[in-house]
Design a protein around this ligand. Structure first.
Ligand code: UN1
Length: 496
């Protein structure tokens, strides 16, 4: 099927890239299906979009926050009406199964309602002054033009985590969607416009990282950058932005561990493992990619997990009964294949999967078999490096302390899970696991929008989405109002 032609959105106008270059949005379940043709933008397009956002900032920043919030609330309502259509389009461009793309749109709806409430809060802090007849408070100000670079795995939810808090705070935005999944960002932004967002407040520049992402990061009028993607690209973004001291919010990789203790409800842990490891075809930064098994339950758990992994139905996410969709593109298939080879070479035991699926209907797309590796040791690369595919490693341990140590032994720190009935161990794990998120008796995926989302170590640089996002999208201004009609010198006139 030939794809529809889409344009950039700049200053409220839909326009082709100045170079005329385009990219194809391809259905990963059927690579002959072209979802759309999108601009492959470059620095020239980015400059126009930033200029439009800068112009719009002059007026948007003055719209009262509760009014800005009403547009977001309306956006949530419209998204709810459009949920099924947007979910279907998302499965077609990204591959994950319909139940999950409905969840992705729902996450944007949740974010809209959550952030809409912030329009009547945006709390500042009022404190007493140390001087008489002096009033002291601090208020949140918008930052200005924000550049956003979004990933393909949550093509509507993650752009909403970035756009909505930025907008409620009075910023204007230029967003570069992932080149694999621009349509969902278009659907999101079109919905914002239909809800009443003025022209130029959000601008879309689609394209590839080096040509469109890099100029956005470097543009002097872009005051802050929010990036979600790999740690390798995140490091690049941070270094480029550092040249002019631009704040950067980075949300990057994970190698998330689920610990299963000897007293765990094994059926529950199995369900969690399957969902955590193979949901979204393993393509979540929160995916369960290491399962740490207590030695006393390891054999049973492994046998049951492998059987259940083999029984998962892999296929086109739009078809009924499919549990695991394709990987997003050829490059991801190559990464999964390469890591399977590395794991075998390191001495891990391939228990199931380990290969691309190519027969019958699979020939048309980028499918990879749900894969389980046993006999994995914590030092192996397959236990340390992010695969971002349906590949999970099983590691055995003897004591709870050892499990925590293994869980913490990697460079990432996003999500963790512990399955146990022991409340004391649960609290110890909550305290000691080095990660931004810890689940007890639930898998490593499933974060809700109104809690902080992000991680430690190479997962992030200290910022959070969800609760905490406003700290990134606002800048503090401290305000002192002196009503004494005299010069009062702080630290001097009130000293003893
Ligand atoms: C991601 O993997 O990039 O917690 C985000 C979750 C989802 C968000 C994942 N709500 O798994």
């Amino acid at each position: 099927m030939a794809g529809k032609l889409y344009h950039n959105l700049i200053g409220g106008e839909w326009m082709a890239s100045k170079s005329g270059q385009t990219l194809q949005n391809i259905n990963p379940a059927d690579r002959s299906d072209i979802v759309g043709i999108f601009p492959a933008s470059n620095a020239e397009d980015v400059a126009l979009a930033v200029a439009a956002a800068k112009k719009a900032f002059a007026t948007w920043r003055l719209v009262p926050a509760p009014k800005r919030a009403e547009i977001l609330y309306k956006t949530g309502q419209l998204l709810a009406e459009r949920k099924e259509q947007f979910a279907r389009e998302m499965t077609r461009e990204m591959g994950k199964v319909l139940a999950e793309t409905r969840g992705d749109v729902q996450e944007a709806i949740d974010e809209a309602y959550y952030v809409a409430g912030e329009g009547r809060r945006l709390f500042g802090v009022t404190v007493p002054s140390e001087l008489a007849n002096k009033f002291a408070m601090s208020v949140r100000m918008p930052v200005g033009v924000i550049g956003m670079i979004a990933p393909w795995n949550f093509p509507m939810a993650i752009p909403s985590w970035k756009l909505f808090p930025a907008l409620v705070a009075g910023n204007t935005c230029v967003i570069k969607p992932a080149e694999d999944t621009p349509l969902s960002t278009y659907n999101l932004v079109q919905t914002l416009i239909d809800a009443g967002l003025p022209p130029g407040v959000v601008n879309i520049v689609s394209g590839y990282g080096p040509e469109a992402g890099a100029p956005l990061v470097e543009h002097p009028d872009v005051r802050a950058i929010s990036f979600t993607g790999s740690s390798a690209v995140g490091s690049h973004v941070a270094q480029r932005a550092a040249a002019n001291f631009k704040p950067v919010s980075l949300e990057m990789g994970g190698k998330n561990a689920m610990i299963v203790m000897d007293d765990a409800n094994l059926e529950l842990a199995l369900e969690g493992a399957l969902w955590g490891a193979f949901g979204t075809t393993g393509q979540r930064c929160t995916a369960t990619s290491r399962i740490l098994l207590h030695e006393s339950i390891a054999a049973t758990f492994t046998q049951r997990l492998v059987a259940r992994a083999e029984a998962l139905s892999v296929g086109n996410g739009l078809d009924d009964g499919i549990e695991v969709g394709p990987q997003v593109n050829e490059q991801q298939i190559e990464t999964s294949t390469r890591y399977c080879e590395i794991a075998v070479a390191e001495g891990a035991k391939l228990l199931t999967g380990g290969k691309r699926l190519i027969d019958g209907p699979y020939a048309k797309g980028t499918f990879f078999a749900p894969t389980v590796f046993g006999s994995v040791t914590p030092a192996m690369r397959i236990a340390r490096e992010e695969v971002f595919g349906p590949v999970v490693s099983l590691i055995e341990f003897s004591t709870f302390e050892e499990a925590i140590e293994i869980a913490n032994s990697i460079d990432y720190g996003l999500s963790t899970a512990l399955y146990t009935k022991d409340i004391n161990r649960a609290f110890t794990a909550i305290r000691d696991l080095e990660a931004g998120i810890t689940y007890i008796n639930a898998p490593t995926i499933g974060a809700e929008v109104h809690l902080p989302f992000g991680g430690v170590k190479q997962t992030g640089n200290g910022h959070r989405e969800g609760l905490g996002a406003l700290d990134f999208y606002t800048t503090w201004k401290s305000v002192y109002i002196d009503s004494s009609n005299t010069l009062q010198r702080a630290q001097i006139d009130n000293a003893e």
